[in-house]
Design a protein around this ligand. Structure first.
Ligand SMILES: *[C@@H]1O[C@H](CO)[C@@H](O)[C@H](O)[C@H]1NC(C)=O
Ligand SMILES: *[C@@H]1O[C@H](CO)[C@@H](O)[C@H](O)[C@H]1NC(C)=O
Ligand SMILES: *[C@@H]1O[C@H](CO)[C@@H](O)[C@H](O)[C@H]1NC(C)=O
Ligand SMILES: *[C@@H]1O[C@H](CO)[C@@H](O)[C@H](O)[C@H]1NC(C)=O
Ligand SMILES: *[C@@H]1O[C@H](CO)[C@@H](O)[C@H](O)[C@H]1NC(C)=O
Ligand SMILES: *[C@@H]1O[C@H](CO)[C@@H](O)[C@H](O)[C@H]1NC(C)=O
Ligand SMILES: *[C@@H]1O[C@H](CO)[C@@H](O)[C@H](O)[C@H]1NC(C)=O
Length: 443
């Protein structure tokens, strides 16, 4: 019935964050562990501090052990306790409870909701929870641990005695003391996984060791009968204890040996890897040199093969155009030789099939009154050589020749071309010629 009203309050409290009403510093912290004994009082010291103008509307306490159930609520200054807790509940501070005669079945989470108006008139809800642990009659059990324990402070192995409490799931609110065979009283060395441990000094003194709860802790330790007053005793055999220590030291030596072996392995691996790397580098370099040598030798073989098989030479005569226009290419059309097919008699141009050093020659006859011959040897469009002869008024014959050794790249062309507009060549088929040949390939 109160659930929707409660939810509304919770929502309101989320909306209003800026309030001054708050838990007092002495109140139980959120999720605090609270210890008590079976059939004793459970004190949940929740307390809220507020300033003038702030009012607490109501307070509700819940037990969440089985399912959420209301223990009590405070409204208009009146405390109403529900039947399950009837006659056992008292108010403490403004939001705390004391529950009398709790039983071990009532352990679990307890919580409180405080609903209030803060200074600005906002409705707020404060909520806290505590985890309650209820100790039954304490039962102690002392034993000698089968394996030795290494101590960080002494850096040595120790025979350990354990005193189990069987009641507290968390670190108990008290400690356990030990009485040694010589009657000395010593505190436990540490608490670990439900047991108080005592690390014995080396060499181990044999005899009876008893663990017990000191009287100062009697109330919190829930000492009601059983052996809690007298304690629990274990008899330590010093020879067996030495064996336990020897075994632990032996195990440690073994671990060290394994670690040392692993380190040696790692160093060996690194060394092997480095040797591998060096070998690889050496192999790669030698491989490279070998490859380069092979490559050079391949290129040389190819070159020699070219020298033998790919010969280039041409010889052409019989000018097609004996009276060429200015800048016309001279075209000898009778091809006497064209090894390698570099010369084209349709264009008069020789195109180099290979890059290399070539020799070109041309012999020209000029004829006719008031004419001349002016011939360029063109290599890739550029004038390489030039000859010029002029004849007299009566007409005459004259010869001119060109000869060049030039580097030509594969694909470049070489040809003869005239200058001026008054060229006239002698028309005899064998009087003009253009020839060339490859001297050597470029590598
Ligand atoms: C108590 O509350 C804690 C934290 O909210 C939770 O982990 C735990 O399970 C609860 N215990 C019980 C018995 O409900
Ligand atoms: C001992 O030292 C180790 C390593 O430094 C550490 O992991 C361990 O928690 C320490 N034990 C104690 C009981 O202090
Ligand atoms: C060393 O090398 C071997 C083989 O390569 C490998 O099996 C082993 O795990 C390595 N050891 C370490 C410590 O790196
Ligand atoms: C050596 O070279 C081989 C092949 O190039 C490679 O697979 C291997 O990883 C290399 N080894 C090292 C140690 O560099
Ligand atoms: C050498 O040449 C071979 C074949 O071309 C190639 O597979 C190899 O990787 C080369 N070696 C080096 C070291 O360059
Ligand atoms: C040989 O060398 C030439 C020029 O350096 C290069 O282009 C070619 O790829 C090389 N051949 C081989 C097989 O390495
Ligand atoms: C010669 O040149 C002409 C005109 O550019 C061309 O059509 C012909 O194919 C060439 N002949 C050869 C054998 O390259």
């Amino acid at each position: 019935m109160a659930t929707s009203w409660y939810t509304l309050l919770l929502l309101l409290s989320v909306v209003s964050e800026c309030n001054s009403i708050q838990w007092s510093s002495s109140a139980l912290k959120e999720d605090a562990a609270v210890y008590t004994c079976d059939n004793s009082d459970l004190t949940l010291s929740w307390d809220v501090s507020k300033t003038t103008g702030e009012t607490i509307v109501d307070v509700q306490w819940f037990y969440e052990g089985r399912s959420q159930e209301i223990i009590a609520f405070l409204s208009h200054g009146r405390l109403v306790v529900l039947p399950a807790f009837s006659g056992r509940v008292e108010l403490t501070a403004n939001a705390g409870l004391v529950i009398h005669h709790v039983t071990s079945g009532e352990k679990g989470n307890y919580s409180v909701d405080v609903n209030a108006f803060d200074k600005s008139g906002q409705f707020v809800t404060l909520r806290r929870m505590a985890s309650v642990l209820i100790g039954e009659n304490l039962m102690l059990h002392a034993s000698q641990m089968a394996v030795a324990v290494f101590s960080n402070s002494t850096q040595r192995w120790h025979v350990a005695l354990a005193c189990a409490t069987f009641t507290y799931p968390h670190t108990p609110p008290f400690t356990v003391e030990w009485t040694t065979p010589s009657g000395q009283s010593v505190s436990s060395s540490q608490y670990k996984e439900g047991q108080f441990l005592l690390l014995l000094d080396n060499p181990v003194s044999g005899g009876s060791y008893t663990c017990h709860v000191p009287h100062s802790s009697a109330s919190v330790a829930c000492l009601h009968g059983n052996n809690a007053d007298t304690g629990s005793t274990v008899v330590v055999d010093d020879v067996k204890s030495r064996l336990t220590l020897l075994e632990a030291e032996n195990q440690q030596l073994k671990r060290h040996l394994i670690e040392a072996n692993a380190k040696i392995d790692a160093v060996e691996n690194k060394t092997t890897n480095r040797i591998d790397t060096v070998e690889n580098i050496t192999n790669n370099r030698m491989g490279n040199v070998e490859n380069q040598t092979k490559n050079l030798s391949l290129q040389l073989t190819q070159h020699l093969h070219d020298e033998k098989t790919k010969r280039v030479s041409f010889h052409a005569t019989n000018l097609k155009n004996v009276k060429p226009s200015p800048n016309e290419v001279l075209i000898p059309i009778t091809v006497l030789n064209n090894q390698g097919n570099g010369y084209n008699s349709s264009t008069g141009k020789f195109t180099a099939p290979y890059t290399g050093t070539y020799c070109f020659t041309a012999t020209m006859w000029g004829y006719g009154p008031s004419h001349y011959i002016q011939v360029n040897l063109m290599v890739d469009g550029k004038e390489e050589l030039f000859v010029d002869t002029h004849f007299g008024i009566t007409g005459d014959y004259d010869a001119a020749s060109l000869q060049a050794v030039v580097s030509v790249r594969a694909g470049q062309s070489v040809w003869l071309q005239v200058n001026g507009d008054s060229n006239q060549f002698y028309s005899h088929a064998r009087s003009n010629s253009f020839s060339g040949f490859l001297i050597s390939y470029a590598l």
